[in-house]
Design a protein around this ligand. Structure first.
Ligand code: OOG
Ligand code: MG
Length: 256
């Protein structure tokens, strides 16, 4: 028996993003399981690297209950970030490049020296050089933003774009900082970093562990997004978006 055509699925997802056109879910039809879905994700991102993009980090997904509930998938997932996805703080994102973009507030880590695979992050301040507020723009390539666990993994966990605000030295506590997402100066979502696996530092342990299962090692200098603390909100042209994290300041973007 042959398995699903992993390269073919990566090509379908890549074209959906290129053509800004949603596609039907793939996993149920093709029998894609979680391991095969990570292989599709690797091929999908490889397609981008083949065009000259560079890997610059890792993102966690569904590390909070609010996010799990919003998309109906309750497993922590991870995806890959490339340089082309990064938007400067205060920069503009053209929403016509995306199918149905949403934004969510994140906490970003700038990675430093990481432990060997299989070892827990002992001293967080050795592993992480700096912390910043961030915004992630997610965009599912699936119709109606609906997917199963293997579907969203294959689709690089809906990664679209991200903005990182100013870096700060790691503060004493990260486990209970207030988080706000503002759209056009109005509060759209309120949360706390406690929603991210109880403490966003735990997201790094999970990222190292889960990516390590697929032979991916996090690198010094990479950006790490710990996963949104709140549900995501639709992004419309003209919107001004700001994510505020207590003690860390804010990151912003404008949608054109
Ligand atoms: C999946 C990606 C989730 C997060 O921060 O939880 C994610 C999705 O919601 O489409 O990036
Ligand atoms: Mg996210």
């Amino acid at each position: 028996m042959t398995g699903p055509d992993l390269a073919g699925l990566a090509e379908q997802l890549g074209r959906a993003a290129d053509d800004v056109t949603a596609i039907p879910q793939l996993a149920a039809e093709t029998g894609l399981d979680v391991d095969a879905a990570y292989a599709v994700q690797a091929a999908l991102v490889q397609r981008r690297l083949g065009r000259g993009e560079r890997l610059v980090g890792l993102k966690m997904g569904l590390t909070s209950k609010a996010k799990m509930a919003q998309v109906g998938v309750d497993e922590v997932i991870w995806g890959r970030l490339t340089d082309l996805m990064r938007v400067p703080d205060g920069g503009t994102v053209d929403v016509s490049r995306f199918i149905h973009p949403r934004v969510e507030p994140e906490v970003a880590f700038l990675l430093d020296r990481l432990p060997e695979p299989g070892e827990p992050v002992g001293d967080f301040t050795d592993a992480v050089r700096a912390v910043a507020p961030a915004i992630e723009l997610i965009d599912s390539r699936y119709a109606n933003f609906r997917f199963s666990l293997p579907d969203v993994i294959a689709d690089n966990t809906s990664a679209g774009a991200f903005v990182v605000g100013p870096w700060s030295p790691v503060p004493d506590g990260l486990e209970n900082l207030g988080v706000l997402l503002e759209v056009d100066g109005r509060v759209a979502q309120v949360g706390s970093t406690a929603a991210i696996l109880g403490d966003p530092r735990r997201a790094l342990d999970e990222g190292i562990r889960l990516a390590g299962r697929h032979g991916v090692r996090l690198r010094e200098g990479w950006v790490f997004l710990a996963g949104a603390a709140t549900a995501a909100v639709p992004l419309r042209a003209g919107a001004q978006v700001r994510a505020v994290v207590e003690k860390l300041g804010s990151a912003s973007l404008r949608a054109s």
